[in-house]
Design a protein around this ligand. Sequence first.
Ligand SMILES: NC(=O)c1ccc[n+]([C@@H]2O[C@H](COP(=O)([O-])OP(=O)(O)OC[C@H]3O[C@@H](n4cnc5c(N)ncnc54)[C@H](OP(=O)(O)O)[C@@H]3O)[C@@H](O)[C@H]2O)c1
Length: 327
Amino acid sequence: MDPKGQRVKLNDGHFIPVLGLGTAVPPVVPVLIPKSEALEVTKFAIEVGFRHIDCAHVYRNEEQVGQAIQSKIADGTVKRENIFYTSKLWCTFLRPELVRPALEKSLKTLQLDYVDLYIIHFPLAVKPGEELFPKDENGKLISDSVDLCHTWEALEKCKDAGLTKSIGVSNFNHKQLEKILNKPGLKYKPVCNQVECHPYLNQSKLLDFCKSHDIVLVAYGALGSQRIKEWVNLNLPILLEDSVLCAIAKKHKQTPALVVLRYQIQRGVVVLAKSYNKKRINENIQVFDFELTPEDMKAIDGLNRNIRYYEFLIGVGHPEYPFSEEY
Ligand SMILES: NC(=O)c1ccc[n+]([C@@H]2O[C@H](COP(=O)([O-])OP(=O)(O)OC[C@H]3O[C@@H](n4cnc5c(N)ncnc54)[C@H](OP(=O)(O)O)[C@@H]3O)[C@@H](O)[C@H]2O)c1
């Protein structure tokens, strides 16, 4: 098998490529970065070997990312079955009756018959409607009362209907995962939990929990997040400037970015790497060309300091806000 297509088996029998392209751009950026860039970078990523693409309704670029996939299928670069595409159910659609229409809307935008993975983006149900971030006068999200187990049952039906191959969750803590796993009549377990994960927040407890239930942990923010002031406290240290990571990179004649991506793959984590820069997209796929030693892995494990870049502060106060739990 092409080493660049390295995949792991999910608990429902499907396979997920261990490296994925992140496609999120901050809401302020579309003004500066034309949406057509999502089309260009996704096409380029497929050309250099990316087979897993991570997107979401809330990123507002599924149309361009879908066009890129279509165009790479049309020119013979890939077949649909060799692409692994993830979309996400946004917080305004967690009421069970809104789940399938939300997925169908994404599919229509993407011009695809199915997605490979559909995940609950956040465990936070918020007021349904056109507004993606409905806020109260204090700037907090207006919560909606939805039992996540009912949302999950609607996702199970989407899988049965063939609209998605696999179903999973994102930003769930272990208690929220347990709630789904212990649901009476559970038909399908979540195949994954996509969470922020990097050497400064290595999620070792959540990873152990997920592994013990055959749930794949998918890492976002793996390169230290997009340091956008609307999203991230810019006083937090810059991951890729860490001296330990820089020394390990130097020893292997690689970059700190490749070291942190490789770290995740070697510990059994599926890793996303966002880049809208062709040089860096091309660099990131080189993650399969070297190996970290057990000593390197141990040194990187030692960097954990529970630094969460994406705190999603507008969700604080919501009864399901996930990041107050230890893991
Ligand atoms: N489920 C969720 O709630 C959630 C939350 C956040 C993110 N995500 C997903 O995870 C993806 C990745 O997370 P992220 O957006 O936080 O970004 P990230 O993967 O941590 O990347 C952060 C930044 O690193 C830069 N970069 C990429 N390759 C590099 C390299 N080789 N050397 C140096 N810098 C490099 C990128 O800038 P350039 O573009 O300039 O290269 C990017 O802005 C997202 O795009 C999205 O698909 C999901």
